[in-house]
Design a protein around this ligand. Structure first.
Ligand SMILES: [Zn+2]
Length: 139
């Protein structure tokens, strides 16, 4: 099984490029390909403090969406050179992050309101269930 690694600059470039392509495919499937979507691989010390806090010690994706201007940035964050993802994991991250964009006109409405923990958990749960359903992967 293919495993995506981050040991060398070349491996990170390949991963970043492949992940950006996957995000494009999902953006098209979900009808948000007309959005201006940037995809950035953040590695090691380049990961911002804000993103470190959101990641809470794990590797993964973070997406910021602006539905008004239909702009979004997807960050794939790899904490260090030991970071690796299976093919299935990297595909799931791409689909998951694009679902965040798709649902952002709804989910951004609740941003800053109510209980942060409950809101974030609810949004993550909805996004995960939706992306897995779209991928046909329910475990
Ligand atoms: Zn998420």
């Amino acid at each position: 099984m293919k495993v995506w690694t981050c040991r060398t600059t070349k491996e990170r470039e390949k991963l970043g490029s492949y992940f950006a392509d996957l995000c494009k495919v999902w953006a098209k499937k979900m009808g948000v390909n007309h959005w201006d979507i940037d995809v950035i691989l953040e590695f090691g010390t380049d990961i911002t403090q804000d993103h470190r806090e959101l990641l809470d010690g794990t590797n993964g994706g973070i997406t910021n969406s602006n539905p008004t201007y239909e702009r979004a940035t997807i960050h794939l964050c790899a904490l260090d050179e030991d970071t690796h993802w299976t093919q299935r994991e990297i595909e799931e991250i791409a689909a998951h992050e694009v679902v965040h964009i798709l649902l952002s006109p709804v989910t951004n409405t609740f941003s800053g309101q109510g209980d942060n923990f409950l809101r974030d958990r609810t949004v993550e749960s909805v996004v995960t269930r939706t992306s897995r359903a779209l991928m046909g992967w329910f475990d």
